[in-house]
Design a protein around this ligand. Structure first.
Ligand code: DX5
Ligand code: ZN
Length: 219
């Protein structure tokens, strides 16, 4: 049984103080930092890119769990690897050759994640499950923080968990979007071992990050 890890999304952080905010996350017990990269094309929002990740890199020792909601994505993988990403997660719909993109991320010695939007079927990635480090199941339509959790995606997590056990694979199962103190339990019970959370970590309990992270870990 894998330990439950929390990957707070800095999309909900104070963007004018990102260096200080990721230090707060590290001190608050975050296991990694979820960096939501959006290009205003793959999703209807625009956030940060390689220069900001590069600037943040020296302020934090935690792994950068970089979620690329950009298309086309393949030609930008190097820029995010060079900027200091540790996990590079891409959407299958954003690349013309998923196999090639997975190989490229691995060539840069980074961990590979594949993300599925709520309406995307796991068949999009089942043939790659033995080659990737992480599956990111979206429980909201990508683009914004603070949206409502979509419980129907839990079935995909249960399917992935079953495949993982049947084939003795070790990929992480990460869930992303609308995670809070009520639904974190059912997400973990379904098989997720990494929870992404922006709003709940930064905004609950007067912004007590340590308390919020521990509550999400069911501690
Ligand atoms: C949405 C992002 C999520 C989002 C999570 O496109 O991928 O990571 O920031 O934020 P909350 O936890 O507020 O839903
Ligand atoms: Zn995300």
């Amino acid at each position: 049984m894998k330990n439950i890890q929390i990957s707070p999304s800095i999309l909900s952080a104070d963007f004018s103080q990102l260096g200080t905010e990721i230090k707060r996350l590290e001190e608050g017990g975050a296991d990694m930092i979820h960096v939501d990269v959006m290009d205003g094309h793959f999703v209807p929002n625009l956030t940060i890119g390689p220069p900001v990740i590069k600037a943040l890199r020296k302020h934090c020792t935690l792994k950068f769990d970089v979620h690329l909601m950009i298309s086309p994505v393949h030609k930008y993988i190097k820029a995010y690897a060079d900027a200091g990403a540790d996990i590079i997660t891409i959407h299958p719909e954003a690349t013309q050759n998923l196999k090639e993109s997975i190989k490229t991320i691995k060539d840069f010695k980074k961990k590979v994640g594949i993300s599925l939007n709520p309406e995307s079927k796991i068949e999009l990635l089942t043939e790659f499950l033995d080659q990737i480090d992480l599956v990111l199941i979206m429980s909201v339509n990508p683009g914004f923080g603070g949206q409502k959790f979509m419980p129907e995606v839990l079935d995909k997590i249960k399917q992935l968990k079953k495949i993982q056990q049947e084939k003795n694979l070790s990929f992480d199962i990460e869930i992303d979007g609308g995670i809070n103190f009520e639904n974190c339990k059912i997400a973990i019970e379904a098989g997720a071992n990494i929870l992404v959370s922006g709003t709940t970590v930064f905004k609950s309990n007067d912004g007590d990050i340590k308390k919020n992270i521990n509550l999400l870990k069911l501690k």
